[in-house]
Design a binder for this molecule. Sequence first.
Ligand code: NAP
Length: 302
Amino acid sequence: MKELTTDIAAKIIDGKKVSLFIQDELKKQVEEIKSNGGKVPHLCAILVGNDGGSETYVAAKIKACENIGYKSSMYRFDDKVTEADLIKKVDEINNDSDIDGLIVQLPLPKHIDVDKVTNYIKPEKDVDGFHPVNLGKLLLGLPTYVSATPFGIMQLLRFYNIETAGKHCVVLGRSNIVGTPLSILMSRNRDPGNATVTLCHSKTKKLKEITLQADIIIAALGIPEFLKGDMVKEGAVIIDVGTTRVPATDTKSGWRLKGDVDFDAVAPKASFITPVPGGVGPMTIAGLLANTMKSAKKEIYK
Ligand code: NAP
């Protein structure tokens, strides 16, 4: 992995590299399935509206499927689509035996109840791991589809042999898709895991006192450069989940991605740190593809 010799003391965690490694492993599995005459995994996406970010994410997921030999399909709806029509499509896909995994790209337009649509996806095909049944299994430590971002972070910790047992892990942010599942994964009796976890949120008091005690900090707030150098102890492991688009005059798009960590101030103190972009972000595709393979192989639901 990338070594740095500059004033940045930390090892930079290369999410792109780890993601490609996992995708390469999955590609080998597809080749094996094909040579045995089996059915290749099939991921289906539903995209609603014309949100630029959503278009990019879905395109990247479909391209990744092509690269590793999965079948993919996509259904597009304009942003006036009714909830009933969307659910009808989900139902159709639920009953299509060729499709192993279904993702409904978020966000959805305001008139659509996201939970209602997500909960309609059969847990067997919920490769995003957002369904209450799959989140419930995660809580109980049962085999399930771990949602892509928490999956990606646990894989990064594993690939870089970062010790988590007995460490104090501070998670900033308690969303259902990132902070809360991570707090469970980090605290359970597995490797990586066995950490003592503090889950922080907007009502947490004396946050700096807490982060200064952390061996591992996972920042998932959506507030650019929230975690400053003076909030981190020497040698801490820093995982930056934040991806906020901030205006930029020097990029073609007019924006750039900023993480929740003040990278320049924190990196010299950290032992490991994820950059933004190139850290956690690329791992989410690997997570989604890994879950789709698990579905195709009926590893979670027989
Ligand atoms: P979210 O639903 O926006 O929730 C943010 C969380 O941060 C909430 O729990 C909130 O507390 C907490 N928070 C806000 N201000 C805080 C403060 N001052 N101190 C402590 N906690 C505070 O979060 P999300 O969906 O998990 O997204 C977080 C970030 O990760 C966003 O930038 C998002 O774009 C990014 N993200 C990246 C990936 C990736 O692939 N890299 C994937 C998913 C998300 P309350 O609960 O009290 O409001």
